[in-house]
Design a protein around this ligand. Sequence first.
Ligand code: C5P
Length: 309
Amino acid sequence: MAEPILPGPPEITVRAPAKINLTLRVGPARRDGFHPLATVYQAVSLYEEVTATPAEAGVFDLEVRGEGADQLPTDDRNLALRAARLLAEDAALDGQVGVSLVINKQIPVAAGLAGGSADAAAALLACAEVWGLDLAPQDLQPLAARLGSDVPFALIGGTAVGSGRGESVVPALARGRYHWALAFGRRGLSTPAVYARYDELGPTPPSPFEVSTELMNAVRSGDPELLGGQLINDLQAPAIDLMPELGTLLQAGRDLGAIGAVVSGSGPTCAFLAGSESAAVNLTVGLSSSGLCRSTRYVTGPVPGARRT
Ligand code: C5P
């Protein structure tokens, strides 16, 4: 293997979190096909890990391991590889650098948890370090936005208000640590298909089109009971329309004591809020034995965005 062009550490591992949307308000499709969003993201303790090793100039390769690895391409359709190429191009290092990426996945594929976006965010940061580029996570935001609507949030993490098509993110004043049970679907849902179904169902976006004051107050309060009553997702109806068992799953979680239940992003993962760690663990166990989902996981939020391990 050739020496890296720029001085940098031999191998860098970055981990980036999954997200859920505490609120996801969706407006009618824009001229570019994307939908305007008013959302609040929360990063939760379920992570992708991306390891970058310098490779010969012009070589960009990728291996994917872990959860759902067999469902993902390892060529240029993969967002992590696209992130690496975009960074090289943007830094005018095209043809001078290369990288071998290994993704260790924990976030299910096509789950509404932004796993692919987490891969891209982690790849941007890992490549920047491995190529010795002097870039902070905020310097990578414009590139992140070009890669996908949820990638900028995966870089910052925490709790943040998102607008535009989701790519404009501003950290939110948030208090507390929330305990969630996530329930994963037996199959994935395609994000474009859920947005298309949303259009077909005839959306009624909120007016004014913004995140509600009640939700922001709940996030500031740190009180899970308040937050539980404010979870709302305009993509929930189309997701349930495409996968009716999600309605049954949400109700099962409420019956098991969840203080809030919502489809995450475009689904099919459902997020259930509990008042304490033990209540959330009990929820994951109850939902897991309900037979209504593939598996469950206890997570907490907020957690930081993409970081070196
Ligand atoms: O930005 P990203 O590549 O993650 O979006 C995937 C797809 O989801 C888009 O091609 C589009 O169909 C849909 N989408 C949308 N409006 C958004 C975000 C995503 O319609 N705000």
